[in-house]
Design a binder for this molecule. Structure first.
Ligand code: PGA
Length: 247
């Protein structure tokens, strides 16, 4: 089965009203009728702005996080149903920066994925090992443990998620996993998901970590790499459009 690839930009905590305007207009114009799905995951205060800017285009909207809770006394949190009201199609969950700086555990990430799915939002579930874990030969163990928590909490809905393999040592470092290193982990994640759902072919597994205009084509050519989660290079329209073209 051929499924369309997904290229999702993760703006992280970057942007302002003026720069967002220029960036989204340039992406929407440059991508035209892209052969792949394209999304930008923007800081929450800009969801309304980007929702308006993307109207009438193929560009899809994403958030960078979502609460495990539906509503209530959770100061600072944003629920999936709130995101949904702004046309959000995807929500990143379990990004390594959230795991690292906000202490998000595997079980929390799994609950976030569940909350997104319940509101009709596709979670982009991030998994990935640190450099120390890779060097200790623990890559497989770590990504499988992270993935297992999400599979366990989401049952048959697991076929509705997007996975992003993001080796922590490759994020924002300019050090990319080689296409072979990435493919190896993607293949074992695919096998793990296959054991959990008959619909494994629906699941996109993205690569993330210093993906750029120069290395995207080789990564995206791997059999189990179904797209990219792009940080730094998604902030420059020219670079992001080149990655979209490679997909
Ligand atoms: P990067 O970030 O492309 O800047 O390495 C990717 C990510 O953190 O999603």
């Amino acid at each position: 089965m051929t499924k369309k690839k997904l290229i999702a930009g993760n703006w992280k905590m970057n942007g302002n009203l003026a720069s967002n305007d220029a960036l989204v207009r340039a992406i929407a114009k440059g991508m035209g009728d892209a052969a792949c799905h394209v999304a930008v995951c923007v800081p929450a205060p800009y969801l309304a702005q980007v929702q308006m800017l993307r109207a009438g285009t193929q560009l899809e909207l994403g958030a960078q996080d979502v609460s495990t809770h539906e509503q209530g006394a959770y100061t600072g949190e944003i629920s999936a149903s709130m995101l949904k009201e702004f046309g959000v199609r995807y929500a990143i969950v379990g990004h390594s920066e959230r795991r690292q700086y906000h202490g998000e555990a595997d079980a929390t990430v799994a609950e976030k994925a569940k909350a997104a799915l319940a509101a009709g939002i596709t979670p982009i579930v991030c998994v990935g090992e640190t450099l120390a874990e890779r060097e200790a030969g623990k890559t497989e163990e770590v990504v499988k443990r992270q993935m297992a928590a999400v599979i366990h909490a989401n049952g048959h809905c697991i076929s509705e998620i997007v996975v992003a393999y993001e080796p922590v040592w490759a994020i924002g470092t300019g050090r990319t996993a080689t296409p072979e290193q990435a493919q190896q982990v993607h293949a074992l994640l695919r096998a793990q998901l296959k054991a959990a759902t008959a619909q494994v072919e629906r699941i996109r597994i993205l690569y993330g970590g210093s993906m750029n205009a120069g290395n995207a084509a080789a990564l995206l050519a791997q059999p189990d790499i179904d797209g990219g989660l792009v940080g730094g290079a998604s902030l420059k329209a020219v670079d992001f459009l080149q990655i979209i073209a490679a997909a």
